[in-house]
Write a protein that binds this ligand. Structure first.
Ligand code: ZN
Ligand code: ZN
Length: 273
């Protein structure tokens, strides 16, 4: 499995990255997880939307799905796409998509010719090509799901998405090869009493307690990258802030994560270990 980070930003637009978007590929499958602002363009700079086998959205905040609108314009206009793109949205997502078509002055059913829209449910298993994906609900300000993503060789990535501290995700990530966590907050005092985001310290703690060989942090303010790298430093490269364009190969029996510690290299290999 190969992961490409298409964006590391939060909802606030910044110069050096798009919002949320993670591309995961195998030899025969390509799936995009989240399509926040700026991601549709970043996707065209990599495999391109036409090469996707599916799109999975973890929750319906703009920084995780708003670029589904420009994505629509990538597909044939006025005629059905030869192969509509399967789009997996949270429960209620189909209705929100229709509302989005209306507010951008497009006709009803605007998304239908290009997308095969489905709504997933907790406990369901999605199969897209040779990827197996299981959504797990997490605590956020709106209903949100973490994704447990398994490749054809049994390799696993957990993409937690936006969430407050979660023992469920610590448990879920045990035995995974990579844990992708958000690091939105500078301090937990900035959050609601019912938590919806993580600090970098909390994210590092989740990776270490889950025992995964590697964690990357996304969904953080770019100007805090150096501070977050300093928070990660005691892990010796096991946890690093992701940067846009970072590619990580995940396969069995490869170079252990410790051998590529530092996180500076744009392409790295993580052992299933
Ligand atoms: Zn959110
Ligand atoms: Zn977000």
């Amino acid at each position: 499995m190969r992961l490409t980070v298409l964006g590391t930003g939060t909802a606030r637009p910044v110069a050096d990255t798009a919002a949320s978007g993670i591309l995961i590929q195998t030899d025969r499958t390509a799936v995009l997880f989240d399509i926040g602002s700026g991601i549709a363009s970043r996707l065209e700079a990599t495999v391109g939307a036409a090469a996707l086998d599916g799109l999975v959205v973890g929750h319906m905040h703009a920084d995780h799905w708003i670029d589904i609108a420009p994505l629509r314009y990538r597909f044939p206009w006025g005629e059905p796409a030869p192969r509509p793109l399967p789009i997996h949205l949270p429960p209620g997502g189909r209705e929100k998509l229709e509302l989005l078509a209306a507010v951008i002055s497009e006709r009803a059913g605007f998304f239908d010719p290009a997308f095969d829209v489905r709504e997933y449910a907790t406990g369901e298993t999605l199969r897209i090509g040779d990827l197996t994906i299981r959504p797990h609900p997490v605590g956020h300000y709106v209903p949100a799901w973490s994704m447990d993503i398994e490749g054809p060789g049994g390799e696993r990535i957990v993409y937690a998405g936006d969430m407050g501290p979660s023992e469920m995700v610590v448990d879920l990530a045990r035995g995974a090869d990579l844990l992708i966590l958000e690091a939105t907050l500078e301090s937990s005092t900035f959050d609601d009493a019912r938590r919806g985001h993580l600090t970098a310290e909390e994210a590092v703690d989740h990776v270490l307690r889950a025992g995964v060989p590697r964690g990357i942090l996304v969904h953080y303010p770019s100007e805090r990258r150096a501070a977050i790298a300093a928070i990660c430093a005691p892990t010796d490269g096991r946890v690093v802030p992701a940067i846009t364009g970072m590619v990580i190969d995940i396969r069995r029996g490869a170079v252990p994560a410790r051998a590529v510690a530092g996180g500076a290299s744009p392409q790295e290999t993580v052992s299933r270990g």
